[in-house]
Design a protein around this ligand. Structure first.
Ligand SMILES: [Zn+2]
Length: 167
């Protein structure tokens, strides 16, 4: 087992659309074990492979109902609307109220290639949408209003340059 360093804002792997997963069961088992360990250690409720530098369509999550993993997942249904203070392990320490559908259903595969489905309201629905965004190269910043996003990007760039708090 291994805990991976989590890639943060500015790392190009977070902006890339991840590739479909074609690995064998043993490789996937190992990867999922490591991803869950990394997620719990962080701690977080979800982790997508690009966040540890692996540009493949796989994520792990635990929204309070136990750990699970999805391979090559897609959102197939959403409904309602819910605003939630959303954060991301790749943008540490920041939270923004983000409005998304309250309910989401995702379809994908388990490590043996069997079709699986996860769905839920509120936190579960949110995690499914957030993690699948990661696989499409999208950070939660893309879900902010234009103005909030501009401010957030300025703060994050200043922080990255180490000039925050000096002006
Ligand atoms: Zn995230």
């Amino acid at each position: 087992m291994a805990i991976y360093p989590i890639r943060t804002f500015g790392d190009p792997v977070l902006r890339a659309a991840a590739a479909a997963v074609t690995d064998d069961v043993a490789t996937l088992e190992r990867l999922i074990t490591d991803m869950l360990e990394t997620m719990y250690e962080a701690p977080g409720v979800g982790l997508a492979a690009p966040q540890i530098g692996i540009s493949k369509r796989i994520f792990v999550a635990d929204a309070g109902e136990g750990p699970f993993a999805m391979i090559n997942p897609e959102i197939v249904e959403t409904s309602g609307s819910w605003t939630f203070e959303e954060g991301c392990l790749s943008v540490p320490g920041r939270y923004w109220p983000i409005k998304r559908p309250a309910y989401a259903k995702a379809r994908g595969f388990d490590i043996e290639g069997n079709p699986i489905e996860y769905e839920g309201e509120e936190l579960m629905g949110r995690v499914l949408q957030h993690e699948i965004d990661h696989l499409n190269g999208m950070l939660l910043l893309e879900r902010l209003s234009r103005r909030t996003k501009r401010e957030a990007l300025r703060e994050l760039r200043e922080e990255a340059l180490g000039i925050a708090g000096r002006s």
